[in-house]
Design a binder for this molecule. Structure first.
Ligand code: FE2
Ligand code: FE2
Length: 173
């Protein structure tokens, strides 16, 4: 098992980004300014699920949601951009002592924090705001307003499950 630290997360996230850039240039161009922003790249420092950083998790969710929307003639640009920002909360949610004060439990609070952080650095449209704010539905109650906001609720949960399973399967090898 490799040592899991910020260097490991950054290396893995950059490798995943490089793979996606080679595989799908159209997708990469849509999120290029986001993934190269220093605030967004800070997500590489935080663990999301097991050995996956928050950055890599957002990239997985973004690419999966993008492909689904493109296939079904939905707004794949807003989908890809908002999904890349959906967990921009910038703290280690596992730690009781956090760098930032949060209002309530992480599961309920982090979509609002991510939206606030994302809005400070990017001009978001109404759909992008809704995608970020509602991505935890139905844990958070307000109903998603757009099809794309529903799609992220599934892509996010699927990615979390896959990232966890992949970790256990790699450990068994
Ligand atoms: Fe989240
Ligand atoms: Fe997420």
């Amino acid at each position: 098992m490799k040592k899991i630290d910020a260097v490991y997360f950054e290396k893995r996230a950059n490798e995943a980004l490089h793979r996606i850039k080679q595989e799908d240039k159209d997708f990469y161009h849509i999120i290029e300014d986001i993934v190269n922003h220093p605030t967004v790249r800070q997500m590489m420092q935080y663990r999301q699920h097991y050995d996956t950083s928050t950055f890599e998790h957002c990239l997985h969710v973004s690419y999966m949601s993008y492909r689904f929307c493109k296939k079904h003639h939905l707004d794949y640009v807003s989908m890809a951009r908002a999904a890349m920002l959906h967990d921009l909360f910038l703290y280690d949610w596992r730690k009781k002592q956090r760098d930032v004060e949060i209002d309530g439990l992480h599961a309920f609070a982090h979509p609002k924090i991510a939206l606030k952080n994302a809005s400070q650095i990017f001009k978001l449209n109404e759909k992008e705001k809704d995608i970020i704010a509602k991505h935890m539905w139905p844990v958070t109650l307000p109903l998603p307003r757009y099809k794309e906001s529903f799609i992220i609720t599934f892509a996010d949960k699927y990615s979390a499950l896959k990232e966890s399973l992949d970790y256990y399967l790699r450990r068994k090898c």
